[in-house]
Write a protein that binds this ligand. Structure first.
Ligand code: FAD
Length: 375
């Protein structure tokens, strides 16, 4: 049974956010800053955030050359520019807010490896630079003159540099958000697995029993920030889960001759150096169907593909051992942009973040907070 005190002060809130990834925490923070007297709670099913925010690869990126060219198949020029701008500005905003040191941010530049089949992208490089000049006032992409210095295999025919990208430590970013949320008096409940939400009444039911009683929270407003897992609560949401695999090697006994965030295959594959190890991930495009899953499980086909890339392209002839492997789950749809909208009298959602939530999560939270404030 819940006590009078618990019912009065622990179960009712002005805003309840479901999900404590980048988007959920950012939403709670922006709302609380705007409404300092509001009582705000965040409900997270895991002891740690259990989606993508603590499981990503930490690329502070806004698009490789072939990724941007690929976007033109699905979006018009204005939409492509808007997306690049959102991603770049999102990164600038968190750098300004929390500082590079706290985020573990390194302005180490982004790179993309092109094989013989992708060399056509070079013909588009000037055009893409011209288009991006509207945003950056300078050329973003250039071809690296001495690609040999990276030590990649002969199959790499060109390396393109994006001079404005970088890398960060996603767990440090989450710690920044936790600290700020804590200092603002936002209450974060972990182990709170939401089973059902009534977006008309603001009632939220947790799964399981607490002291032999069902537990319900009530919010004057409820923000759903559960990204890939949203269909379990709101089945009509227009998104599909997309799993991503990340591998980290043992500490290497040789010096890695490069630095920065590297992409291959339209951004589907990515690698970087962390603490003298290789971090390599992605390749969802090898098995889209298999990766349409919310199950945290490594796909052997993808792991084998990534391992081959190490031996054949990244460190030719070298064999390395993996020491860490994990998966995280993103969300995708017909458009690359997230869904930020109101549902019912008391609900709203900000979901469908794919491989760019590090960059846009903070801004998405700001937009959702604005929408809730205006409801
Ligand atoms: C492998 C991988 C690599 C990536 N690499 C990059 C990268 O390099 N750069 C980049 O910009 N982006 C990257 N991303 C994408 C980025 O991590 C995501 O876009 C971002 O983290 C999404 O944040 P979110 O808050 O929307 O979702 P999440 O972080 O998934 O947060 C949702 C939260 O909701 C909680 N939740 C779900 N259901 C419930 C429920 N019923 N009750 C209570 N809580 C619930 C989950 O436990 C989770 O903590 C990567 C993602 C993955 C998976």
């Amino acid at each position: 049974m819940f006590s009078y005190w618990e019912q009065k002060n622990f179960l009712n809130y002005d805003l309840i956010v479901v999900g404590s990834g980048f988007v959920g925490l950012s939403t709670a923070i922006h709302f609380k800053k705007k409404h300092p007297k509001a009582i705000v709670a965040v409900l997270e099913r895991g002891v740690l955030p259990t989606g993508a925010s603590s499981k990503n690869a930490g690329f502070a990126c806004f698009g490789s050359l072939t990724e941007i060219l690929d976007d033109f198949w699905h979006m018009n020029q204005e939409e492509v520019l808007t997306l690049v701008k959102k991603r770049y500005q999102g990164l600038e905003q968190i750098r300004k807010k929390f500082g590079d040191k706290a985020l573990g941010y390194q302005a180490s530049k982004g790179y993309e490896l092109l094989d013989a089949n992708q060399l056509g992208a070079l013909d588009q490089l000037d055009g893409v630079n011209r288009m991006l000049k509207k945003l950056f006032k300078e050329d973003v992409f250039s071809e690296v003159k001495k690609k040999e210095k990276f030590g990649f295999s002969e199959s790499v025919k060109s390396v393109i540099q994006n001079k404005l990208e970088g890398e960060l430590d996603p767990s440090k970013y989450l710690i920044c958000l936790w600290k700020l949320a804590g200092s603002l008096g936002i209450r974060i409940f972990t182990g709170a697995n939401v089973e059902a939400i009534d977006v008309e009444t603001g009632t939220i039911k947790l799964s399981g029993q607490f002291n032999r009683q069902e537990m319900e929270f009530t919010g004057s407003q409820v923000a759903v920030c559960t990204n890939a897992f949203t269909k379990q609560l709101l089945p009509e949401t227009n998104l599909e889960p997309g799993r991503g695999l990340v591998l980290v090697s043992q500490k290497l006994d040789f010096d890695i001759p490069w630095k920065g965030g590297f992409h291959m295959d339209k951004g589907y594959v990515y690698f970087r150096k962390i603490d003298g190890r290789l971090l390599l991930g992605g390749a969802r495009n090898i098995d889209f169907e298999g990766e349409n899953s919310t199950e945290f499980k490594a796909n052997p086909k993808i792991k084998s593909h990534l391992s081959h890339l190490v031996q054949e392209v990244i460190f030719p002839g070298k064999e390395i051992q993996w020491e860490h492997e994990w998966t995280g789950i993103m969300a995708f749809g017909d458009k690359k942009l997230p869904i930020i909208q109101s549902i019912g009298k008391k609900g709203s959602i900000a979901v469908r973040l794919g491989g760019m939530g590090v960059a846009i999560g903070w801004q998405v939270g700001k937009e959702l907070s604005k929408l809730i404030s205006e409801k």
